[in-house]
Design a protein around this ligand. Sequence first.
Ligand code: SF4
Ligand code: SF4
Length: 357
Amino acid sequence: MLENYQLVETLLQQPLENGDVVCNLCLWRCRLRHGQRGFCQAHVNRNGKLYNLSYGIISAIEVESIRNKPVYHYRPDSRVMSIGSYGCNFRCKGCHNLEISWGVEALDKLARGQSSDAFATPAQMVETALKHEVDGIAFTYSEPAVWLEYVLDVSRLAHEAGLFTVYVSNSFVTDDALELMAPHIDVLCSDIKSLSAEFYKDICPVGTVEQVLESIKKAAELGIHVETRTNVIPTKNDNLDELKGVAQWIHDNLGADSPWHVTKFFPAYKLSHLPATDNAIIDAAAEAGRAVGLQNVYGHSDISCDCATENAPVSAWLELDSAALEGINQCAASCCGDEGILVKKFEREAGLLAKTE
Ligand code: SF4
Ligand code: SF4
């Protein structure tokens, strides 16, 4: 295991005769020439070999209830340490995590060797989780397949230390990646963003809803505990018949007892002009899910905004104990604003963050 940051060879890479390499971590299956980076920006071809740029680079960290993921049917009273890195294989127009998930600038700096981002070895990460007395580690904030090399190394050590692992995903991942992760991941919390081909095309030009659904089904077949989530966005995917279709798919393919979480959209990024989802729509979607026979449907009027995740610098989590973090792990007073729009980008500049040094 590494002690310091360095490029780590990408898992599931397939070299071609002309020096190009295909990355088979996610369904983009990027084919990259020397010097090129994948769609996620986190993998680079250097002289015919692919390397992951984000191994051990932590963009966000938080300790919270597993119910925030949301996961309700796996150790529901437990706490997890959520971590994420830069790089995502989707470009959702209402993404709340732009800086900590896409991290385009951060990945550019990593590629140029100019980054000063926090690096943590897998062992340090597990030690940090034990120090904060959590029960599991959740890989979240962006698509974990994009740094699967690190996710697997941390997960192996986490299991050895008695911690469980949660993988929060958009499920645009290959079967090969799922097979690699299955022995090490206990829970998959996956988005089913929509059943509409156009919806997926809009956020991932090569993505199809069928691929996503197949991937979720495969994860369940591999024995991973699966819970699904649909974030209902006004005018985009709030058609009740369509939402009923999502519930029906879950019922028919994952089982009547498979948990489905319907969450509320809060305006962000290019969808900042849309209103937050009306609670009545969340309730109606949940009711539609029950009507098709799903037994465990949860409508959430409070989950979606994860603005607290950046309020403490990553280094604070690695270095301080839980008690010392108590005072700084709080949402900056006005960070959601009346409309729920995230402005965390501006929090630091505006002096809204508590100082830790
Ligand atoms: S993880 Fe996906 S997006 Fe990133 S390089 Fe590999 S195939 Fe491309
Ligand atoms: S999958 Fe998640 S992190 Fe990635 S762009 Fe979409 S909302 Fe953002």
